[in-house]
Design a protein around this ligand. Structure first.
Ligand code: PRP
Ligand code: URA
Length: 209
């Protein structure tokens, strides 16, 4: 069974309260989503392998730890996942970025794939799939299926807000994928929106409604 890490750090919860508010405009919304993504990156990368390196401080020789060169990829689910990429790259600038385009059909709530471009060596990378919203879980499940079909073996999912249904769906479909999330909300409403949630993440990021 996959691990669910709810990142309820005070800074994350504080920023999330502004992200949720309908009075927060697109510019602040974008900045805050990026900042929370950066804080999530801190947790997602917690178990990266390290190696000893010998260095010299101005005082003496010392043995220190450095990342042991594990290759990473960040894969946003378009559109809303794009809002989390820069924040993640702030902490892991050497990561490559793949893109998966998917939208949820408003009637069926089923995801429709329209784009996929991944780093060639995706099979050798530790992949962090990012999407602010985990509602029914359909989009993330399909994105993870697609990545596995392209050879990805080590996958994590980072989201801002999820529903209990979405988290359970991922755990059932992809028990090997750990989930890092800032908040698990109460429920989904009849239109498949997370309650209380933040509304439509893509529209709020890009000002399309
Ligand atoms: C949103 C969100 C997720 C998906 C979550 O994207 O960013 O990708 O819905 O819903 P699910 O868990 O029920 O699949 P949307 O389909 O609105 O597309 P957009 O990012 O282009 O706005
Ligand atoms: N997609 C969103 O952007 N928000 C929701 O609450 C559910 C799906």
């Amino acid at each position: 069974m996959s691990k669910v890490v709810e990142v309820n750090h005070p800074l994350v919860q504080h920023k999330l309260s502004f992200i949720r508010s309908k009075d927060t405009g697109a510019k602040d919304f974008r900045n805050l989503v990026s900042e929370v993504a950066m804080l999530l990156a801190y947790e997602v990368t917690r178990d990266l392998p390290m190696e000893d390196v010998e260095i010299e401080t101005p005082i003496c020789k010392a043995t220190c730890k450095r990342l042991s060169g594990k290759k990473l990829a960040i894969v946003p689910i378009l559109r809303a996942g794009l809002g989390m990429v820069d924040g993640m790259l702030n902490l892991i600038p050497a990561a490559k970025v793949g893109h998966i385009g998917m939208y949820r059909d408003e009637e069926t709530l089923k995801p429709v794939e329209y784009f996929c471009k991944l780093p060639e060596d995706i099979a050798e990378r530790e992949v962090i799939v990012v999407d602010p919203m985990l509602a029914t879980g359909g989009s993330a499940i399909d994105a993870l299926d697609l990545l596995k079909a392209r050879g990805a073996k080590s996958l994590k999912l980072a989201c801002l807000i999820g529903s209990p249904e979405g988290v359970k769906a991922i755990q059932e479909a992809h028990p090997d994928v750990d989930i890092y999330i800032a908040a698990i909300d109460e429920k989904l409403n009849e239109k498949g929106y997370i309650v209380p949630g933040l509304g439509d993440a893509g529209d709020r990021l890009f000002g399309t409604k």
